[in-house]
Write a protein that binds this ligand. Structure first.
Ligand SMILES: N[C@@H](CCC(=O)N[C@@H](CS)C(=O)NCC(=O)O)C(=O)O
Length: 213
């Protein structure tokens, strides 16, 4: 499977981690979306021009969580990462949609301001704090975001919280359950500590190259 991605981009990181957890080896195609030639080549494969994208047997899949679900549906040996029980699966889906439509959306908006060298507005900061508080609440109810065990929702939300730390240097002090869960998910992902270190180095190198902080 060819995987077009950029390591600095959080949406590219979720399928990478899920593939790692499932023991899938992806054919990695590191892509720079800002290079005109690479962008042109990507546009021929993906009308949305976005990373990440997976190609499997002529199947072109974009949207990171669609890729994540494709990987579990096609490769998971058991159903723990994406449980089949409709009651549990609904909670996993709800957390994924919460991330893409609320938490990561706010993280992304705030990162966008950083990339523009602007300060996020009070409203943006408030919305981000509210979304993070909601994640904290989920984790007061259960040890993982959707079940009593790790699911794909934990891996995707883990990437969003990692982006909060790296891109926004966010103060996680008020969110003790999120902090404890973040360490637990790090331990549950193969080479989770290494992933954190690598994303930190890659993000800091990018930030330095753009003189953002
Ligand atoms: N919802 C999409 C977001 C993908 C996305 O926005 N990717 C960015 C990189 S972080 C991108 O490719 N941007 C290029 C562009 O919009 O031109 C997903 O989860 O895959």
């Amino acid at each position: 499977m060819d995987y077009y991605y950029n390591f600095v981009s959080p949406p590219s990181q979720c399928p990478l981690l899920v593939a790692r957890k499932l023991g899938i080896e992806l054919n990695l195609k590191n892509t720079n979306i800002y290079d005109p030639a690479e962008r042109e080549a990507l546009s021929k494969l993906n009308a949305h021009y976005t990373l990440p994208m997976l190609i499997d047997n002529g199947n072109f899949i974009f949207e990171s969580y669609a890729i994540v679900l494709y990987l579990v549906e096609t490769h998971a040996k058991d159903e723990t990462l994406y449980p089949k029980d409709p009651k549990v699966r609904t909670v996993v889906n709800q957390r994924l949609f919460f991330d893409i439509g609320t938490l990561f959306k706010q993280v992304y908006e705030n990162i966008h301001m950083v990339l523009m060298k602007l300060k996020p507005s009070e409203k943006q900061e408030l919305k981000l704090a509210q979304a993070t508080a909601l994640l904290e609440h989920f984790l007061t109810v259960r040890p993982y975001v959707a079940a009593d065990y790790l699911t794909v929702a934990d891996i995707c939300l883990f990437v969003s919280v990692n982006a909060l730390r790296l891109w926004l240097r966010y103060d996680m002090g008020p969110y003790p359950h999120v902090r404890a869960w973040f360490e637990k998910v790090t331990a549950a992902i193969p080479d989770g500590v290494e992933f954190r270190n690598q994303t930190e180095q890659a993000t800091m190198a990018y930030v330095a190259s753009r003189k953002l902080f």
